[in-house]
Design a protein around this ligand. Structure first.
Ligand SMILES: *Cc1c(COP(=O)(O)O)cnc(C)c1O
Length: 413
């Protein structure tokens, strides 16, 4: 069949790949064990010579495998491994591909828990340098002979900074360094990191891919761009696979089988259902976010607005050139930070909650909650002011959102 569009391929993927009774979506397979008529087949699954088989659900089930195929197709990659959460996918990527004595360069603007994980990596003897990746020169200057990996987020949460994605990709290709892009905020509906030479793409499936705040999951997708045969940290056992498959095979075996942060079939099913409407939801929530950003930017009670769809955003040009939309993540500051509680409490629609990529709009003051433990110094380095409010814009009707913000900002003077 000709190459299909984003949404066509996801809504027909299960049926076309084949299901037992003509199910239009992959059923929820709850078995932990998989049995075989002939012992030779059992041995073949363990040794990897019998393709597509399952042996123990920690390493995957037909339901998680169906989701992996969907994510691979959305990212136009060569393969995907799913995990129980986005953090599990990130942790597995670092711990399976880096060793003591290796060096990792990361954007300084990353998800708070990822930043906290860097402390754990340092404890294991992995050096981590964080830089302002908005300028690829900063990444270049941080590289050392033992740098194995560069890590960035397509759009940083919560400050919405965008790295120089294209030039960092070129740099990593020249130096044969693995380039890992966390695509959670843009999702493949707005951006495919493969287009800028990413080796691996991470998605927290919990967010906009599942979309309804009802399931946790994470994924690592190999784009096929990186030559793993030249990567020093692949174990001999996995060198036998084709060069393109070696990285993901090691992530699956060590990260999923040995570390065990597996995705359940129930959650994989729920995520796959949400993914069917990914492009539709992201279009609506991104359009809403842009309209709301424009409204807030003009409002006299509002100070700075951080949104890559605004001409005032420092990386507006990159967002225009690379993304189909500027996403649903929007942060802003009130002119009078002292009115924060008043304004937030006056809002009727946005839910005062953490979380991202939901169908409903969520709002949270960043410094006293998700970045509280990080401390003032780290917050400053990550560009987070005491008054920053983060919005995950949902799919509500835009007139209702604007009316609600309008009354809340007025109520607070
Ligand atoms: C939420 C998030 C994660 C972690 O995902 P979980 O599924 O919550 O573990 C990683 N990266 C980014 C950018 C996120 O927003």
């Amino acid at each position: 069949m000709d190459k299909q569009g984003f949404t066509t391929s996801i809504v027909h993927g299960d049926r076309i790949a084949g299901t037992e009774f003509g199910d239009v979506r992959q059923p929820i397979h709850t078995s932990v064990q998989y049995g075989f008529e002939r012992v030779e087949d059992l041995i073949g699954v363990f040794q990897g010579t019998r393709k597509g088989g399952f042996n123990y659900a920690r390493q995957g089930t037909p339901t998680t495998a169906a989701l992996e195929r969907k994510i691979t197709s959305l990212e136009e990659g060569v393969g995907t491994v799913c995990f129980g959460t986005g953090m599990a996918a990130i942790t597995a990527t670092f711990l399976t591909l880096l060793r003591a004595g290796d060096h990792l360069v990361s954007s300084q603007y990353v998800f708070g828990n990822t930043n906290s994980l860097f402390g754990t990596l340092r404890g294991f003897g992995i050096e981590v340098t964080t830089v302002d990746a908005g300028d690829a020169e900063n990444v270049k200057n941080a590289l050392r002979p033992n740098t194995r990996m560069v890590f960035v987020e397509s759009v940083a949460n919560p400050g919405t900074q965008i790295p120089d994605l294209q030039r960092i990709g070129e740099l990593c290709r020249e130096r044969a360094i693995a380039y890992v892009v966390d695509n959670t905020i843009t999702s493949p509906a707005l951006f495919r990191p493969k287009a800028v030479g990413a080796s691996l793409v991470i998605n927290s499936l919990t967010k906009t891919i599942a979309g309804h705040g009802a399931a946790l999951g994470g994924a690592v997708t190999d784009t096929g761009a990186f030559d793993w045969s030249a990567y020093p940290n692949i174990a001999d056992d996995y060198r036998r696979a084709a060069p393109k498959e070696q990285g993901l095979l090691q992530i699956r075996k060590k990260g999923l089988r040995d570390m065990g942060a597996s995705l359940s079939s129930e959650h994989a099913h729920s995520i796959a259902m949400g993914a069917e409407t990914l492009a539709l939801r992201v279009k609506q929530s991104s359009d809403n976010a842009l309209a709301l950003a424009r409204f807030l930017e003009k409002h006299e009670a509002v100070g700075k607005v951080f949104y890559p769809g605004l001409e005032s955003h420092p990386q507006y040009g990159i967002a225009q050139a690379l993304f189909k939309g500027a996403s649903w993540l929007l942060s802003f500051e009130l002119r009078d930070a002292g009115r924060m509680a008043e304004v937030v409490n006056a809002l009727k629609l946005p839910i005062k909650a953490t979380g991202l990529g939901d169908t409903r709009t969520l709002i949270i003051p960043v410094a006293p909650t998700i970045f509280f433990e990080a401390g003032a110094e780290t917050r400053k380095a990550m560009g987070i002011s005491d008054g920053m409010l983060r919005l995950s814009v949902g799919i509500e009707d835009i007139d209702d959102l604007i009316a609600d913000f309008s009354q809340a900002l007025k109520a607070a003077g």
